[in-house]
Ligand binder design. Sequence first.
Ligand code: RIB
Ligand code: CA
Length: 307
Amino acid sequence: MKRNISLDCDPGHDDAVAILLAGKNPNINLLGISVVAGNQTIQKTARNALNVATYLGINVPICIGCEFPMVRERVICAAIHGESGLDGFDFPNYGDRFDKRHGVQLIIDTVMNNDKVTIVATGPLTNVAMAIKMEPKILDKLDEIIIMGGSVDNGNTSPAAEFNIMCDPEAAHVVFSSGVTVRMVGLNVTRKVIVTDEVVNRMEKINNKASDMFVKLMKVFNENQRKTFGVAAGPLHDPATIASIIDSDLIKWQKMNVVIDISHGPSYGRTNCDVFDYLRAPHNAYVAMDIDVNKYWDIIEQGIRSY
Ligand code: RIB
Ligand code: CA
């Protein structure tokens, strides 16, 4: 049974691989891609999403979503993803092939017009939160929301906060308090899937159009990781959301209470994960606690080979 997916993203090198993974998998029916500002401005993340999907022959509606967070000022991440937001691969000029609906409207239409849609979000949650506010009926129709974001332990944008949540903590609060089943794939897990030179070389041997894009993007992604964090390679965060759908045994989940810190103090944007159930509060999210790393790279390889 194929899973109906509405993907919301901010490409972004790892978002690009999430699109690749979702585009041709027999277990996934990718219904649409909405784009949000995050790794770069909305104009750049939208262009990047269109480029990746068009280059790979993924023919779905692509809609431009929110340019700014709900409350706080906008943050972008040029240090890791570059000035274009997807430095490293020269795509042809595909012109303006965007679906004219707003990204928030695409999410609403996709959920309301299809059965049991899973929203997968690999960027800030602004579009998803705005969809919930604009059309609360989607909460009764959608299956679940799977996000790359947050962390059981420390952040990557402040000691407390992970980038996607930090970009729009109020949006994350709307999503986590919506009552919908949320699956949170956080840094505590994605920091285990480092796209090392060994992984890049493995994918380069596939020698098709998708591997060519993957290799060139990952080389720049890792160079920026080296410059920014002094590490040899970076975590390939976002595809873990899609991979968890492709193989339901990939990730070990624990249901627990998760609250977003929107207090504007030093922990602003933290995902407070009550792993030991201290508060006895409602368990509103499944939190990823471990990932089968070898199986993850097998899924990535299979995804690249499918083009
Ligand atoms: O913290 C990692 C997340 O922030 C990933 O989704 C990456 O693409 C950036 O958006
Ligand atoms: Ca992202």
